[in-house]
Every structure is written in C-alpha cells, then in structure tokens.
Design a protein around this ligand. Structure first.
Ligand code: 13P
Ligand code: SF4
Length: 305
C-alpha cells in the first residue's frame, strides 16, 4: 500500500518539479520519502537555496511560512492546513508591540516558532541551533526581549550571561517530558548519554548531558563513542537517529512527547498536496518584507555545534 503511494508521490514530484522538505519530528515514512530532512535552521537554509519552484513542507505552519517569507518567488505548500504550533500562537503581534512599548530600548529576538506577524515586529529571528550565537552577536549594552519560548530563553540567558526579558510561552509537547521520566530512564540505562532539547523544562535540562537542537542531536550522536542515548525531545527524531546511527541505541525519554501537529502530515496528504497544489502558504507583502529582515539574519548566523 505504502509503496504504491510513495511511487505516486515520486512521479507527482517529478511532474511538478517539486522538492519535499521534512522536519525531524515527522513520521518515519515522511522523513524517508523527503528529499531533505533537518531541523528548523537547516530546512530554512535549504528552502532559501533550492532551485525547485515548488516546496512541499512537511512540518508545521511557521516552517512553511518561513520558507514563503524567504522565497517569495516559490510556491510553498503545507499538506495539512491545520498543522500549527501552539507555542507560536502564544504571543500575538499586539502583545509584542505592548512589550516593546514597555521596554523601548530593547532589541527583540524571536524564536522561529512564531507567526509571521510576530517576526515582522522583531529585530532578529533565531532557531534553537543558533539562538546563543545570535544573542552573543548583539551589542552587550542592549537589553533583549526574547519571545515566545521561556525555556529556550532561559537556556540562552544562561549560556550568554545576558539578562533577557522573557515571554511565558512554551512547547506543549516538550513540557510533557518530566524530571521523573529522565530519572527513570537514567536508572534503566545508567551508561546512556542524555540529550535534551532546549525547549524542555529547566529541571529536565538540568539532568541532561547535552542541550541540542534536533539537527545538533544528529551530529552529536554521529560523532559520539557512546552506545546508548536517552532522548528528551519529540519522538520523531528517534527514527532519524536510528537510521543514521545503526550501531547505537536510542530511547525516548517519554513516549508522551508526541507533537500532534507534526503528525498531521500523512502520505495521503502529501499526494493531495502535490495533486491539488494545496495548501499554499502566503504572507502579505508588507508583513513579509519586515519579517524577512529578521529571518535574513537567522540564516546567516551559523551555530558553533
Ligand atoms: P529544531 O528542529 O530546530 O530543534 O526545532 C524544534 C521544534 O520544536 C520545531 O518545532
Ligand atoms: Fe510547536 Fe512544540 Fe510541536 Fe515544535 S514540537 S511544532 S514547538 S508544539
């Protein structure tokens, strides 16, 4: 059944001259059929560089929106229009404008997990892979507003020594991973290296050996001598980790760490997306040009890991 659908996707993709990008949290079968997989930063860079005129983005809305902002001449399709990110919706442009009015001298850094409207109100955008490097590149005398993820924000504040003005947003999937989950996993696999995403809560991050974006987790595992890893992030990454590192074992810190929005993309929806050119993601031009300024900086600042 899957084989037939995959063949169909392959031929539609060729006919449309499309490229399929998939985030590391997508279902395994979607990752396997994609032309490129990666983290938010890697996929944004790929979207900006591809020659393909059609990008099918297997991820959530802010990712497709980012591609549409960076590549106005390309058609960006999100196979399921309701695939959003609850964290991105935790701050509106109006709320950010108010925060800026309360802190008129501060620069605004927004996590890429945000709406285009919020990006348009921000000075810089970052992903979890380059947030530390981006904040470190800003003038030391400037205060910084960081939105919307308080957990990534605290990680950045700790690594940079900067006192950030944080917004109380969070990822509804990562906060499902508890301190207790990590303690139990460590008791079961005492020799395992614990990898956690910066979106995890602070008690979870304190128990981790490494705090990494999903792309950095893949790089780290490939270079590491360790045989076992406990992975505190959305469970889709386990597929990529196992595929790229068959010699090692990977255990999810919690089976509950599933992003329901990421999992809305199915093979059948990728078929419909290519057949009917749906759902096209566009951003109004006056928002797009302002949001692009903060995104241009994001794709320039390279992570050191
Ligand atoms: P990264 O893949 O950039 O680490 O992103 C994590 C995430 O939550 C994306 O929604
Ligand atoms: Fe948003 Fe969290 Fe899902 Fe990423 S994993 S899309 S941050 S809800």
């Amino acid at each position: 059944m899957n084989e037939r659908v995959i063949k169909k996707i392959e031929s539609l993709k060729e006919r449309r001259k499309a490229v399929i990008l998939a985030h590391n949290y997508q279902a395994g079968e979607i990752q396997d059929l994609a032309d490129f997989t990666g983290d938010s930063l890697g996929l944004s860079i790929l979207a900006a560089q591809t020659d393909a005129q059609i990008i099918v983005f297997c991820g959530v809305r802010f990712m497709a929106e980012t591609a549409a902002i960076l590549c106005p001449d390309k058609k960006v399709l999100l196979p399921e229009k309701s695939a959003g990110c609850p964290m991105a919706d935790m701050i509106t442009a109006e709320q950010l404008i108010k925060l800026k009015q309360e802190n008129p001298d501060a620069l605004v850094v927004c996590y890429v997990n945000s709406t285009a409207d919020v990006k348009a109100e921000s000075d810089y955008c970052c992903t979890s892979a380059n947030a530390v490097e981006l904040v470190n590149s800003l003038p030391a005398d400037k205060r910084i507003i960081f939105v919307p993820d308080q957990h990534l924000g605290r990680f950045v504040a700790e690594r940079t020594g900067r006192d950030l003005i944080l917004w109380p947003g969070y990822c509804t999937t990562h906060v499902r991973i508890t301190e207790d989950d990590i303690r139990k996993a460590k008791a079961k696999y005492p020799d395992a290296v614990v990898l956690a995403h910066p979106e995890c809560s602070e008690p979870v991050k304190e128990l981790a050996d490494e705090l990494l974006s999903t792309g950095q987790m893949l790089k780290f595992a490939a270079r590491s001598e360790a045989k076992r890893f406990i992975v505190a992030t959305e469970i889709g990454i386990i597929h990529a980790l196992k595929k790229q590192n068959p010699r090692a074992e990977f255990y999810p810190a919690s089976e509950r760490a599933v992003c329901p929005n990421m999992k809305k993309i199915t093979l059948d929806k990728v078929v419909s997306s290519l057949e009917d050119m749906q759902y096209e993601i566009t951003v109004p031009e006056q928002i797009r040009t302002r949001a692009k300024k903060s995104l241009d900086r994001m794709v320039e600042v390279l992570p050191t890991r």
